[in-house]
Every structure is written in structure tokens, then in C-alpha cells.
Ligand binder design. Structure first.
Ligand SMILES: Nc1ncnc2c1ncn2[C@@H]1O[C@H](COP(=O)(O)OP(=O)(O)OP(=O)(O)O)[C@@H](O)[C@H]1O
Length: 315
């Protein structure tokens, strides 16, 4: 029998600001090594919940909130050694270089002076920032700053990463870089909680997700489960060079393709992602011999999810 406690266990958590109820009795459990996507629109209660886990939100009520079996209330100092918390803002670090920034936090984490250089070099390498070690933090691009913020929370090698909107405000390329870094951390066995208001952003990364709205879970479980429950499909826009003869029928007959619409200069393919992944659709189209000029998946945002929910399909 597995007697290991889950990495995160939250039972009946309430967060109030004065009379306002930001989090209304949510419960969830995350086993070790999972990547849990916390999805919801602005103001849904994601940051408040993450702050409770990060021991930064002291005013809350619950039946229990535990990390690795240890109560957040009773032993916040032990919790802080186990977690790496990345808030949804970076802060201002005028004049500090990346090296000084990381050494400052390594000292704050009470990492022995003799080990700091090796550890700082390691986290810079992992986040692909070695070349920026002497660059002023304020001169870094937003994507680099996010990677530096991730490097910072990795300094003390925590088991649990709490990442509040790590990809917000990034351009598509920087988003991909952050995602690749998170995949590497997942492979290293870290347990990760990551919040976002874009469902698709988390779909290739998360093992399970919880969708929160107005302080309560709308649904939670594996992504497959949620796609099925919401009957979610996504539109993929594809341009093919030359004649479309026969290509449309071939795509239409693929498992997971719900429909194919021929538009002015492109095909709009409705895809059931729980049956066929976006990247596999690309591979299968290429395998028909068609030359793909453009292949673009529409982002799955909260709006789409809530539209689906209000259509009553999940009732
Ligand atoms: N310190 C505070 N005092 C008063 N109200 C607050 C405070 N912090 C958050 N709130 C309110 O609580 C609600 C939940 O906020 P929270 O930041 O947890 O949501 P969120 O899902 O993280 O949203 P966002 O994506 O905008 O950060 C919001 O209505 C917010 O205005």
C-alpha cells in the first residue's frame, strides 16, 4: 500500500478579504510528480490559493492544507524549504546583474557561501541564461526575466513549484521556451502547480487541471476527462500548396477530425483533441503527401470553455 502523503492536500479552503469571499471551500489533492494546471479567469481565486500554499496568505480557513503531509499553518518554515514560489509579478531590481540577483536569493535561502557559485551556474545553465550572467536584470527581455525568476525558485532545489501565471505577457516564442523549461522540470520529478487563464497553454504540460471560477471549482481532473466532459474541439487553420483534390476527404476521414471547412485560402479543421493531438494531425496531413504552407491552432481560452459550460453540455 502507498502510504506516501500527496505533495499537496487542500480540504475546504476559504479565503476572505473582509466580507469578500475570494476562495469558497475548495478541495484538491496533487500526488508527487504531477503537473497541476490551475485555470480560471482574472479574479477567480488562483493567486489567493497559491499564496496560501506559499505560506504568504495567513488569513484563511480550512479543514486542512498540507504540503508533503506537513500543515501550512503549523510549520510554515518547513514548508518554505520545500517550495519554490514564483509570483505573477517580477519586481524591480535596479542595477542588479543576473549573477547578483541569484547570489542575493541564494543567500536568502541560506545556501552555504562555498556552494553558491556552482548552484548559480547550474540554474543559469538549466534556464539557458549563462550568457546573461553579467547583464543587468532590468535589461533582460520579459521572457528572460521569467526564466530568471524560475532560476531563482530552483536555487534551493524545492520539491514543489508554485508558478503564478509564468507565461503571462510573453510572446509566442518566449512562451514555448518557458514551456520547454517546465517540461524539463517535470522530467526532473518536480511537482508543479501552474496557473493560467489559457487552457491550451497548459494542455501539453499538465497531468491534471482544475478550472476555477468565482472561488469554486467548475471541474477538475485529467485533461482528457475535461475535454471529453466539455466535448471540446479546436479549430486548426491549414493552408496547403496546390490542388486540394482529395486532401479534404483524407483529412475528414482521420480519427478525431470532426469536420473540414474549405475557406477562401485555407481549411478550417475542427479537431477533437482527446482523440487526435494537434501535432499528430500535422504529421498525418503531411503523410498524405500534401505540402503544408501554414498550420495554426486557435488558442483554447477560458471564454471558449465557459461558453461550452454555459451551453449546458456539462450539466
Ligand atoms: N489583498 C486583497 N484585498 C482585497 N481583495 C483582494 C485581495 N487580493 C485579491 N483580492 C480579490 O480576491 C479575488 C481573487 O483574487 P486572486 O488574485 O486570488 O484571483 P486570480 O484568479 O489569481 O486572478 P488574477 O489572474 O487576476 O491574478 C479578486 O476579486 C481580487 O480582487
Amino acid at each position: 500500500m502507498n502510504t506516501q502523503p500527496p505533495m499537496v492536500e487542500v480540504k475546504n479552503l476559504w479565503v476572505r478579504y473582509g466580507k469578500y469571499e475570494a476562495v469558497k471551500g475548495i478541495s484538491f489533492s496533487i500526488p508527487k510528480g504531477e503537473v497541476f494546471g490551475f485555470i480560471g479567469p482574472n479574479g477567480a481565486g488562483k493567486s489567493s490559493t497559491i499564496k496560501v500554499l506559499a505560506t504568504l496568505q495567513r488569513d484563511f480557513e480550512c479543514d486542512s492544507v498540507k504540503i508533503n503531509g506537513i500543515s501550512v499553518n503549523k510549520a510554515p518554515h518547513l514548508i518554505r524549504e520545500m517550495i519554490g514560489y514564483m509570483p505573477d509579478f517580477f519586481g524591480v531590481y535596479e542595477d542588479l546583474t543576473a549573477r547578483e540577483y541569484l547570489h542575493f536569493f541564494a543567500a536568502a535561502y541560506r545556501i552555504n557561501k562555498s556552494r553558491r557559485k556552482v548552484i548559480v551556474d547550474d540554474v543559469l545553465q538549466l534556464t539557458d541564461l549563462t550568457e546573461k550572467i553579467d547583464a543587468p536584470v532590468d535589461s533582460l527581455s520579459r521572457g528572460m526575466k521569467q526564466r530568471l525568476a524560475l532560476a531563482r525558485v530552483l536555487l534551493h532545489d524545492p520539491d514543489l513549484l508554485l508558478l503564478d501565471e509564468p507565461a503571462s505577457g510573453l510572446d509566442p516564442r518566449a512562451r514555448i521556451e518557458v514551456r520547454e523549461l517546465l517540461v524539463a522540470l517535470k522530467e526532473m520529478g518536480k511537482t508543479i502547480i501552474i496557473s493560467s487563464h489559457i487552457l491550451h497553454e497548459l494542455s501539453q504540460l499538465c497531468t491534471s487541471i482544475g478550472i476555477i471560477e468565482a472561488g469554486q471549482f467548475v471541474t477538475q481532473g485529467s485533461l482528457d476527462h475535461i475535454y471529453k466532459r466539455l466535448e471540446l474541439s479546436r479549430i486548426i487553420h491549414v493552408q496547403i500548396v496546390g490542388e486540394l483534390n482529395g486532401v479534404c476527404q483524407k483529412i475528414e476521414s482521420m480519427n478525431g477530425v470532426k469536420s473540414v471547412n474549405v475557406q477562401a485560402d485555407r481549411l478550417a479543421i475542427q479537431l477533437l483533441e482527446d482523440q487526435l493531438a494537434v501535432e499528430d494531425l500535422h504529421t498525418q496531413i503531411a503523410a498524405t503527401g500534401a505540402k503544408i504552407r501554414m498550420f495554426q491552432a486557435e488558442a483554447m481560452d477560458m471564454e471558449t470553455v465557459f461558453m461550452k459550460l454555459t451551453e449546458g453540455k456539462t450539466a
